[in-house]
Ligand binder design. Structure first.
Ligand SMILES: Nc1nc2c(ncn2[C@@H]2O[C@H](COP(=O)(O)OP(=O)(O)OP(=O)(O)O)[C@@H](O)[C@H]2O)c(=O)[nH]1
Ligand SMILES: C=C(OP(=O)(O)O)C(=O)O
Length: 212
C-alpha cells in the first residue's frame, strides 16, 4: 500500500519557539526549514510513500519543499495544526479520491526512509493507527487507510487522545528516527546522535560555531 503524507509547517518565523534557548531568532527559522527539508526528503525516498503534501503559508518553505518534490497546500483555515491537517486531507481527497493518508510532523530531521516504511506498512493493517513520539506523550504519525477519516488530535497529550479516539498505537521497536521530533535543545541533541539529514547538519554546524 502506498500513502499520501501530509506534513504541516508553521510560518518559519513562528516555528520552533521552544528552541529559543538553543537557536536565536536569526537561526531558528532556518533550523525549522532544515528539519522540514530533511523530513520531506527522507519521506520522498520511502517506498511506502506515493507523495508528500506540505500544508503551509510560508512562501520560502513552500518554494524549497516544492523543489524537493512535495505538493503544497495553503493553510487556508489558519486555525491551528489540526485544522491544517483536516483541510489538507479534504484537498487531497478532492483531487485523488480515497487516498490512504498519513499525517507526519515536519520536525523529524533524523528520519530514515526504511524506518518510515516499517511504520506505514504496519499502519496499513489497521483502519487508523498512530506512532507515539520519543517523549512518549505526543504523536509523530497518524494514519488512516482508504475510506477512513484521519480525525487528527495533535497537541498536548496527543498520544492519549489518539488512543482514546480508537486509533491503534503502533508498538514498534527500532523506529527511533520516526519518533524523534525536535522541540527542545535536548531533542536536537538526541536527533544529532541518531544522525540528521544534510540540511539540519549544515545549520547545526553553524549553531555550534555560534555557541563557541
Ligand atoms: N500548517 C500549520 N502547521 C502547524 C501549525 N501549528 C503547528 N504546525 C506544525 O506542526 C508540527 C508540530 O507543531 P508544534 O510542535 O506545535 O509547533 P512548532 O513550531 O514545531 O514548535 P513550538 O513553536 O515550539 O510549539 C510542526 O511541524 C509545526 O510546524 C499550524 O497552525 N499550521
Ligand atoms: C503537536 C505535537 O507535537 P509537539 O510535540 O511537536 O508539540 C503532538 O505531539 O501532538
Amino acid at each position: 500500500m502506498q500513502w499520501t503524507l501530509v506534513v504541516p509547517l508553521k510560518p518559519l518565523a513562528q516555528a520552533k519557539s521552544r528552541l529559543s534557548d538553543t537557536a536565536d531568532d536569526g537561526l531558528r527559522p532556518g533550523l525549522a526549514l532544515a528539519f522540514a527539508q530533511d523530513t520531506v526528503a527522507a519521506a520522498l525516498e520511502c517506498p511506502a510513500v506515493r507523495d508528500v503534501v506540505v500544508v503551509t503559508n510560508d512562501a520560502l518553505a513552500a518554494r524549497e519543499l516544492a523543489a524537493l518534490g512535495a505538493g503544497i497546500v495553503p493553510d487556508e483555515p489558519r486555525g491551528g495544526l489540526n485544522a491544517a491537517y483536516a483541510h489538507a486531507a479534504t484537498v487531497v481527497h478532492a483531487s485523488r479520491g480515497e487516498a490512504c493518508l498519513a499525517a507526519l510532523n515536519a520536525d523529524l530531521p533524523a528520519l530514515r526512509p526504511a524506518e518510515l516504511a516499517r511504520v506505514l506498512d504496519t499502519a496499513a493493517e489497521f483502519p487508523r493507527a498512530f506512532l507515539a513520539d520519543a517523549a512518549a506523550f505526543g504523536t509523530t504519525m497518524l494514519a488512516a487507510t482508504r475510506g477512513r477519516e484521519l480525525r487528527p488530535l495533535f497537541g498536548p497529550d496527543s498520544r492519549a487522545r489518539h488512543r482514546a479516539s480508537g486509533a491503534v498505537e503502533l508498538c514498534l521497536e527500532t523506529v527511533d528516527s520516526v519518533r524523534q521530533d525536535v522541540d527542545t535543545g535536548d531533542d536536537l541533541r538526541a536527533a544529532l546522535a541518531l544522525g540528521v539529514g544534510p540540511h539540519t547538519a549544515a545549520v547545526a554546524a553553524r549553531l555550534l560555531t555560534t555557541e563557541q
